[in-house]
Structure formats: structure tokens, C-alpha cells
Design a binder for this molecule. Structure first.
Ligand code: PLP
Length: 414
């Protein structure tokens, strides 16, 4: 696909900025992703028909969960997976499965979702927030090592925006200190690091499969993934009221045999059927998103102050959004105002990513020390995230670039 971006510049030559009342570059909404289409409806219908045929209502832990988790493990290249009710629950269970001693400190990424943080805090652990590497939202090895305390027992590392964390050096440091690693792959389904899928570098991993993710099992959902069979059985028990699933002779109707107190975190058969269907498109989704990001980057060559972020040769990201850098010294306003003006032209961007957790007041009482993550803040303050998906067309990409070019004409120093 080749896009002629020179025409998009002409379209925006004389207008006023949309944020100041001018016409928008893009008057139609950006395209609907339609993650759940006919294929997913057919799968759900099949679950109903199967149950009517069998004369048993569908529930959970049946054939669709088996097929879904097997397909997921095939994609990962081995291992074990359990489908659960959300990504936050998946992280909660992954941590719980490690049976950390009370009073442990847990390292967390500088930029992540509140569900990831709460999964740690609700188990009574204290947080140490590692800073990111320069020019990245992901925790870096040097920053990870600095965050280690005497009581650090585990770390939950988020592959943010679909970009894998530099896991090899972090793994080496963690293993020297006996620190268990949990990967939060919620925004990076299928991403490759050193040729291997994320989720295979720590002891255990969690994925959110809510509707907005690269593959989804419905409105809400999650997966816990590990290559360690013992951890897998523990997750299974934790996810379903302590049932001893590892014992082939266990009697589900005899709670005397259950192992410990726990809640029901299962994902039901309908959701697993949807997950199975969208998972079959994941590889295509990843490559189409990479192609679109590449085309956006090509278009940025026409821009004065907005530039692509540098790529890492040892990774193949699975993009959740597309982060671009702004040369803030060239702006006549703040980065946030600049990015808001671009958004006002009718394209989907997040002008100022607010997921830097050192800035959340509710987290501070749980931190071992005053949390400061200057690299993460600096990267956020020099970037904005283009929110996009695999259904973007050449016209949509051209509108993204045209919006940036138009705003640059008004807000970038000559
Ligand atoms: C990085 C990350 N971690 C955890 C979560 C929590 O997942 P869920 O919303 O499915 O509980 C999300 C969801 O948005 C996420 O993006």
C-alpha cells in the first residue's frame, strides 16, 4: 500500500484550526473496529445449539474453554492456560499462585493499568515503582535493579502499548535476587521478543481479553498463562474455589476435598467461544496494525515536529496504540495543547497518557518509598498515542497525517 501524503497537505492549507472553530480535517468518525462480527455470533450460536442438542445448559470449564486455551497455548508455542473473568483477575491469580510471603515488596512497571496495581495491593504487598528506560514506557533493566529492596519477592512487568519489555537482562537480574517475574501481556498479545512470544519470559503471565484488546473473549475476560505445570494447577484451583483439579480422581461435589478458600473467577463457555474465534485472527491483526503504523510513520516524514519513535531490532510489537514523539522545542504551545488540537481535527488520539502511576495519589500510601519515575514522565510529556486498529484504510491514515500537518502549520515555529 502506498499513500500520497502530499495531497493531504493541500486539503488543510487555508483553514482555521478545528479547536478554534474551523472545519475538521475529518468530519466522519474514525472506522468502527467491529471486533465482534458474524464469526463470533456463529460461535455463540453454536454454543447454544450444542447445549440444546446435549440437553445440558452450557456453563464453564467445558469444551470451548478447552479449545480456546489449547489454541492459545499453540500460538504461544507451548505451556498451559486458564481462562478467567478479567485481566485484573488474571494478574491477581498469577501473583497469588506464587505464594509470596506476607510483607513482600513487589516491583511494578511505571506505566500500567490500575487493575494491575490493585491486583498487587489487594494481597497486602507494598509497591516499588521501577522507572522506564529513557524514551520508553517500559521498565528498563537498570531501573528495575534500582527498585529492588530487601523484601522484593516479585515483579509485575507490563509490556506497554504492545512493546515487549527488555526481558533478557531483567531476567538475569531477577534470578540473581530470587525475584519471581509476572508478565502483564494485556496490551501485547502475540508480541515477539527475541523471536519468542511475550508471556514466556517470566514465571507466569496474565492477559486481559476485554473487548478493546488485540484479541478478545467478549466484554470482559482474561487468561493466565505459564509453562510451569505446578503453577498452572494452582491457578486452576485458585480460580475455582480451591478445587483440587490436579487430582484426576477428585469429586467436584465433595467440598471436603477442596484445598483452600477462593472465589469463582471462571470465564464461561460463551466467552471462551468468542475468544477462540477472535484468536484465530490475532496474527493477521498484529501484522495489519504494524503495516498501518509503518504507513503512519512514512507520513510523518512530511511533518516538522512529530516523528516516529525508534524501533528495537529484537522485537516484533503487537501494537495496542501507536506512540509518536513531539519535538516540543518547536511548539508554540504545550505538547498537550498541540495534541488536543490534533484530536479536535477528528482523529482518535490520546493527547496525554495518564497511566503513569507515580502520579496517582491513591497509590502513594502503598509505596515503599516516594515514587518518582522521571523517564516515564519525560517520555509521556514528549509523546502522544494515536489510537487505531486493524480496519484503518489508506484514507483514514491520510486523515491522521493531514490533521497533524494542519495543526503544525498553526502551532509549530517556522
Ligand atoms: C496493561 C493492562 N493491565 C491490566 C489490565 C486490566 O485488565 P481488565 O480490564 O481486563 O481487568 C489492562 C486493561 O485495560 C491493561 O491494559
Amino acid at each position: 500500500m502506498k499513500i500520497d501524503f502530499s495531497q493531504s497537505a493541500d486539503r488543510t492549507m487555508t483553514q482555521q484550526l478545528a479547536i478554534e472553530g474551523g472545519d475538521k480535517v475529518r468530519s466522519q468518525p474514525m472506522p468502527y473496529r467491529r471486533q465482534f462480527g458474524q464469526a463470533e455470533l456463529d460461535m455463540v450460536t453454536q454454543v447454544f445449539h450444542d447445549s440444546w442438542q446435549k440437553g445440558v445448559d452450557f456453563g464453564f470449564q467445558d469444551i470451548y474453554e478447552r479449545r480456546y486455551t489449547e489454541a492459545f497455548c499453540t500460538l504461544q508455542g507451548g505451556g498451559y492456560a486458564d481462562a478467567v473473568s478479567s485481566g485484573s483477575v488474571a494478574i491477581y491469580l498469577a501473583i497469588k499462585a506464587l505464594d509470596l510471603p506476607p510483607g513482600s515488596d513487589v516491583i511494578v512497571s511505571p506505566v500500567t493499568d490500575p487493575g494491575c496495581v490493585s491486583a498487587i495491593l489487594l494481597q497486602g504487598f507494598k509497591l516499588v515503582i521501577a522507572d522506564s528506560e529513557p524514551d520508553s514506557f517500559n521498565a528498563g533493566p537498570e531501573q528495575f535493579e534500582k527498585a529492588i529492596t530487601e523484601r522484593t519477592q516479585a515483579a509485575v512487568l507490563t509490556h506497554l502499548g504492545g512493546h515487549p519489555v527488555e526481558m533478557d537482562p531483567i531476567r538475569q537480574i531477577a534470578s540473581r535476587h530470587g525475584i519471581r517475574l509476572i508478565e502483564d501481556c494485556s496490551q501485547a498479545h502475540g508480541a515477539l521478543y527475541q523471536g519468542k512470544r511475550v508471556g514466556r519470559f517470566g514465571h507466569i503471565a496474565a492477559f486481559s481479553t476485554m473487548f478493546s484488546k488485540s484479541h478478545a473473549s467478549g466484554g470482559c475476560g482474561g487468561l493466565v498463562y505459564t509453562e510451569n505445570e505446578e503453577l498452572y494447577w494452582r491457578v486452576r484451583s485458585l480460580a475455582d474455589r480451591g478445587k483440587p483439579f490436579h487430582d484426576p480422581n477428585y469429586d467436584p461435589k465433595n467440598p471436603c476435598e477442596f484445598l483452600f478458600p477462593s472465589l469463582n473467577y471462571n470465564l464461561d463457555e460463551l466467552s471462551c467461544a468468542i475468544g477462540l474465534s477472535t484468536l484465530s485472527r490475532l496474527e493477521e491483526t498484529i501484522s495489519r496494525r504494524l503495516e498501518i503504523a509503518h504507513l503512519i510513520n512514512e507520513g510523518l516524514a512530511q511533518c516538522k515536529a512529530v516523528h516516529p519513535c525508534s524501533a528495537r531490532p529484537n522485537q516484533l510489537p503487537s501494537l495496542f496504540f501507536h506512540t509518536v514523539q513531539v519535538d516540543i522545542d518547536k511548539l508554540q504551545c504545550s505538547k498537550e495543547e498541540f495534541a488536543r488540537a490534533i484530536a479536535a481535527e477528528g482523529i482518535s488520539i490520546n493527547p496525554h497518557y495518564r497511566y503513569v502511576l507515580a502520579e496517582w495519589p491513591w497509590v502513594r500510601p502503598y509505596c515503599v518509598q516516594a515514587a518518582q519515575t522521571p523517564n516515564a514522565v519525560s517520555f509521556r510529556d514528549r509523546t502522544f498515542n494515536i489510537l487505531f486498529h486493524e480496519r484503518y484504510t489508506e484514507d483514514d491514515i491520510a486523515d491522521v497525517i493531514a490533521s497533524i500537518q494542519k495543526v503544525e502549520r498553526f502551532l509549530v515555529e517556522c
